[in-house]
Design a protein around this ligand. Sequence first.
Ligand SMILES: [Zn+2]
Length: 104
Amino acid sequence: MYRCELCQTIVPAGRRSIKVVLKTRPRTYAPRGSERQERYRGFRGRRPRKTTPYDKGGVGTEIVQEAMVCQSCAEEQQAKQQAEAAAQAANAPVAVETPDAPES
Ligand SMILES: [Zn+2]
């Protein structure tokens, strides 16, 4: 049993709660890790300790807010997000996908 965070209704026991993402924000990940150091020899000629793999970073989204909601709210939220995505696609006809993505 839990209370839906959107409609504030108490959902009876035995019903699944659904987590929906309410808000996301764009996030740029900075490159991290070290680039491989060639020809480097550590103490007494031993190989240096393995460094963390290099991650070139990138762009993504980050969850700002999410809520535990009931089935009907989840569906509503999903529909809303789909509508928003469609609206965004209509507003920006320029493809956001990577240029080498196969055309469907
Ligand atoms: Zn609800």
